[in-house]
Design a protein around this ligand. Structure first.
Ligand code: DOR
Ligand code: ZN
Length: 403
C-alpha cells in the first residue's frame, strides 16, 4: 500500500532501506509476493516489555517476538520496570541487558522524575514518560513537580508521553468489578488531567497516551493523541473480570462505541497497544488485588485488519494510525513504503481471516482479552530488508536494534 492507494509495485531494497519503487525492477534476489497485501511494518510506541525485573510476565525476546508475529517491527518500551528507568545509569543497564535479545527494532523511554538528568537521558532515550497517576510500578508526579519539569528548556522538541489521570478525582475504596473500576478512576479524572497538563508551559512535544473519551480528544486537538485497541473494542460491561482491569479503565458501552466511531472518522490519532502483560496467576485474584494491564502488541494490527471487511475500518486508516503517524511523531525513517525509509514490511493474505487464540500467541503471559476475535496475521515480516518471519515461524532471531 503506497500512501492511501493499493498498487501492484516492486519494492527495491538495498542495505536495509527502500531504494526504489517501480513497475518492473530487477535485482540480485527477487521475492514474488504479488498475491499478498504489503504494509509497512507496524510501529507500536506504547509497550511494557517488563525487562528488567518482571521477566516472569514478559522479556525482550518474548515481547518482541509477539510484536513480529503481529506485523509490528518497531516497539518503544515504557520505563516502569524494576528498577524504573529514571537515570542515565539505569537506562545504560537496561540497554546492555536487552542488547541482542530483541526480535524487532526498539527504543526505550525514560521516566520524567524530579531531578532527572535530562541532558544525559535524552541522549539515550527515545522519549520521556510522565505518569500523573499511580499504576503498575510507577510513581506519579504532583502538579508542581510536573510544571517545573515540563518547563525545562532541555526538553524542547522531545516527545513526552503522558499518562493522563488526575488522582485527586479517584474514588476511595477498592473496586470490585469493571464498572466499579471505571467509576473509581472516572472519565472526569482523565479530562481534568488533560486540562492540567495542556495548561503547563513546555517546549516539549506532548503525546497524550491511551485516551478513553471523546472530550479528551476534543481538548487535545492540537496535540498528538493515542487510543488503544482495548478501549476501542472492549467495554466495562464485557465479562472479562480482572482480565479487563487496566488503567485508564475500560469505559461503558456507549463511551466505547463513540470512541470507535471517532476512530473510524480518523479522530483518535495513533493506535498503540499499551501491551502490559501480567500472568494469569496474578490476574486470578480478587478484583481489587489483581494488577492492571493487558497484553496487545501481537493483536493490534491483526485485529484491525480483521475488521476491514465487516466494519468501516479502511486499510489506509490502519496504516496511518499504526505505522505512518507513530513513526513520524518520533522522527523515525520507518512506517512508510517510500524511498529512503527502512525496509520493514509486513505481508498479509487479506483472505486469511483467523480467530485469535491466547494460547497460540507469543507473549509469555499466554492470554488475550480478544479471545476468538477475527484477525489477519502476517505471512511474512521483513526487518531492515531481511525476512525475519516466514509462514508462522520466526526464522531470524535477535536482529532488532535500537532506533
Ligand atoms: O493498566 C496499566 N498497566 N496501566 C498502566 O499505565 C501501566 C500498565 C502496566 O505496566 O502494567
Ligand atoms: Zn502503558
Amino acid at each position: 500500500m503506497l500512501g492511501n492507494a493499493l498498487q501492484t509495485i516492486c519494492i527495491g531494497i538495498d542495505e536495509g532501506k527502500i531504494t526504489v519503487l517501480g513497475k518492473d525492477l530487477e535485482g540480485d534476489r527477487v521475492i514474488d509476493l504479488s498475491r499478498y497485501f504489503i504494509m509497512p511494518g507496524g510501529v507500536d510506541i506504547h509497550t511494557h516489555m517488563r525487562e528488567p525485573g518482571m521477566e516472569h510476565k514478559e522479556d525482550f525476546d518474548t515481547g518482541t517476538m509477539a510484536a513480529a508475529f503481529g506485523g509490528t517491527t518497531t516497539i518503544l518500551d515504557m520505563p516502569n520496570t524494576i528498577p524504573p528507568v529514571t537515570t542515565p545509569g539505569s537506562i545504560d543497564d537496561k540497554l546492555n541487558t536487552i542488547s541482542g535479545k530483541a526480535n524487532v527494532d526498539y527504543g526505550v523511554y525514560a521516566a520524567l522524575m524530579p531531578g532527572a538528568d535530562i541532558i544525559e537521558l535524552k541522549k539515550r532515550a527515545c522519549g520521556f514518560k510522565l505518569f500523573m497517576a499511580e499504576t503498575t510500578s510507577a510513581q506519579p508526579l504532583v502538579d508542581d513537580e510536573m510544571r517545573e519539569l515540563l518547563a525545562h528548556p532541555e526538553l524542547a522538541g522531545e516527545v513526552i508521553a503522558v499518562h493522563a489521570e488526575d488522582p485527586s478525582l479517584f474514588q476511595e475504596g477498592e473496586a470490585q468489578s469493571l464498572p466499579d473500576h471505571d467509576s473509581s478512576r472516572p472519565v472526569m479524572a482523565e479530562t481534568s488531567a488533560v486540562d492540567k497538563v495542556l495548561n503547563m508551559p513546555t517546549q516539549a512535544t506532548l503525546h497524550l497516551a491511551h485516551l478513553t473519551c471523546l472530550v479528551s480528544f476534543d481538548k487535545a486537538l492540537e496535540y498528538s493523541t493515542e487510543a488503544t485497541p482495548h478501549h476501542l473494542f472492549l467495554s466495562s460491561s464485557y465479562h472479562l473480570g480482572t482480565l479487563g482491569k487496566v488503567n485508564p479503565p475500560l469505559r461503558n458501552m456507549k463511551a466505547q462505541a463513540s470512541l470507535f466511531s471517532a476512530f473510524v472518522r480518523g479522530r483518535v490519532g495513533i493506535v498503540a497497544s499499551d501491551h502490559a502483560p501480567h500472568t494469569l496467576e496474578e490476574k486470578d485474584q480478587p478484583f481489587g488485588k489483581a494488577p492492571s494491564g493487558l497484553p496487545g502488541v501481537e493483536t493490534r494490527i491483526p485485529l484491525l485488519l480483521g475488521m476491514v471487511r465487516s466494519e468501516q475500518v479502511s486499510l489506509g486508516l490502519i496504516q496511518a494510525t499504526c505505522c505512518h503517524d507513530p513513526a513520524t511523531l518520533f522522527g523515525m525513517k520507518k512506517g512508510h513504503i517510500e524511498v529512503g525509509y527502512d525496509a520493514d514490511l509486513a505481508v498479509y493474505d487479506l483472505k486469511d481471516v483467523t480467530r485469535i487464540q491466547g494460547d497460540k500467541l507469543h507473549s509469555k503471559c499466554g492470554w488475550t482479552p480478544f479471545e476468538n476475535y477475527n484477525a489477519i496475521f502476517p505471512k511474512y515480516v521483513m526487518l531492515g530488508g531481511e525476512m525475519i518471519l516466514s509462514e508462522n515461524e520466526l526464522i531470524i532471531k535477535g536482529k532488532g536494534k535500537t532506533i
